[in-house]
Design a protein around this ligand. Sequence first.
Ligand code: COA
Ligand code: AMP
Length: 633
Amino acid sequence: MTSKYAEVYQNWQNDPEGFWAEAAKEIDWFSPAEKIFDASEGVYGRWFTGATCNTCYNCVDRHVENGRADQAAIIYDSPITNSKKTLTYRDLLIETQALGNVMKSHGIGKGDRVIIYMPMIPEAAIAMLACARIGAVHSVVFGGFAAAELATRIDDSTPKFIISAGCGIEPNRIVSYKPLLDEAIELASHKPKATLVLQREQQACELIKGRDFDYDVEMAKAREQADTLPCEPVLATDPLYVLYTSGTTGQPKGVIRDNGGHMVALKWTMKAIYDVDPGEVYWAASDVGWVVGHSYIVYAPLLQGATSILFEGKPVGTPDAGTFWRVISEHNVETLFTAPTAFRAIKGQDPEGEFIRKYDLSKFRNLFLAGERADPDTIHWAEDKLGVPVIDHWWQTETGWTIAGNPMGLGQLPVKYGSPTVPMPGYAMDVLDDEGNSLPSGELGNIVVKMPLPPGCLPTLWNAEERFKSAYLEEFPGYYQTADAGFIDEDGYLFIMARTDDIINVAGHRLSTGGMEEVVAAHKDVAECAVVGIADDMKGQSPCGFLVLNAGVNRDLDEIKKEVVTLVREKIGPVAAFKQALVVKRLPKTRSGKILRSTMQKIADGLEWKMPATIDDPAILDEIKEVLDQQKA
Ligand code: COA
Ligand code: AMP
């Protein structure tokens, strides 16, 4: 089939509002929009102003009303606990009503924030949908973060209520969530009114009288009353959720997602990009704590009336590198979406793809990769071993859906390895030099999106409108700065090469090296430090800290390094995967005092590098190289 992409993109360019008005017909609105796009509202305009709707209604109720009540909505498959469970759309309706009623009984309503701190269990998705049902704004916090990170999010989003679970399970340990939750509440200045805690059989936890409520007990009461709970009408522009993501400091950015534009955009992507029809089985192997989990474990597949797999496990080790193929064959998965790092992990353990041959993957149609650059080696391996198209696509927490991809539902475009293909409707792309001049094709520069952003993208940051403007909109007026560097080739294909800020990508997880530096610098023996992301075969990048110690410190260096590693784990969390710390005499700097992190990174990765013209003392780079060589030896 020849691709309809060019025609569809052109349609959007000719009439952006008409394009999204047409897409909006796929959503059931309580009342229609007064304006499709109102440029006078918000920081840069708002989508579907005046419309009222409910995201839970569109994800759950309407499918029950339209004959999908008995279809699986969520299949929970947990090799790590050896359990499985299917929730039909009817089950989801019952559960979201019950949890909505529990929250209401605690005084939670429209606009109130609710933090969800849970592992990959169906109750996490139910909690998100139940918040949407009552118009509350959820903020899901990934389980791999430490108490201090949770506390920061509590203080910023000021939740009335927190929904959590006793523990999460990692292959090498049980992660006790409850002590982390208690410590976070202790650390935070804002205190939630109550918490709802799901006890898991793997590890029971103590509930604090008067503050903590047992999930099962409260839900049983609500179910017994069998009260229905209609979906609360909210404005299309009201927030559905706040999701914190790494910024250039230790203070994370609260990305806001609205209700209306988000539904319109995600629903459009399910067919056009992923080529998934209602009733089909779709699996995003990510975590509900990340944007991929929000958009493609929960909201988009359910908006589409598809079946979503919620997987509690890892690509390897639960129990082996065949887990993904077992899940695909057992549940008839048509489409898988994951991060390249998962494939590198599988390839590392099963280079010949022997596990793949053990399973019937005849239903499997497409593999989508995102979260980090999909290296051509990984794509080739996956194509070769799986025999299905492997589609790289590029997006960010801020956008919530694909900026550039290969829209399978419109007909696949030719693949260029190393490129996530072309911009999706909604995104007019350009590449600018640092002065803001548009660069010719093939030249590397700052990748930007011409304003306004399409539906589904962030309208602003929670409690931080000025930061939204300064971080994204001010450097290149009229454009959204993606903070990714790359180029557009002569065929309009995008190539995403690197971040222009201090964000690194570790196992598909977005982390701020600036945030890590803040923690490392707080160690009593550290005078200054630099954290850079260095190449890692499996995780893509891994953080490495270069420490300069205070004068006169003569303690055992290994002790100090160990303490620094522990500190990052305690303050940010295991997900930071900060395991390498090196002590150096000095850090290389420019004459104006800027640390030359990218030169250090190139030396560490063994890449070619040029002596920066502005370097203060070139000898320091030799010292860095020496320490790195000693470390490798
Ligand atoms: N709760 C608590 N701890 C968690 C966690 C969670 N939800 N997720 C990860 N961690 C811990 C891990 O146990 C590990 O701890 P350790 O230092 O004690 O071993 C640490 O955080 C680092 O985790 P990770 O970087 O994920 O490394 P890993 O070796 O455990 O797993 C992969 C590597 C590639 C298998 C894994 O990262 C993966 O499956 N990635 C898929 C990518 C993905 O989901 N991306 C999201 C965007 S699409
Ligand atoms: P996150 O907000 O966690 O989704 O991370 C977004 C960042 O991950 C982007 O700004 C990119 O730097 C990187 N990224 C995500 N997907 C891709 C991709 N397909 N190719 C290259 N980089 C990617």
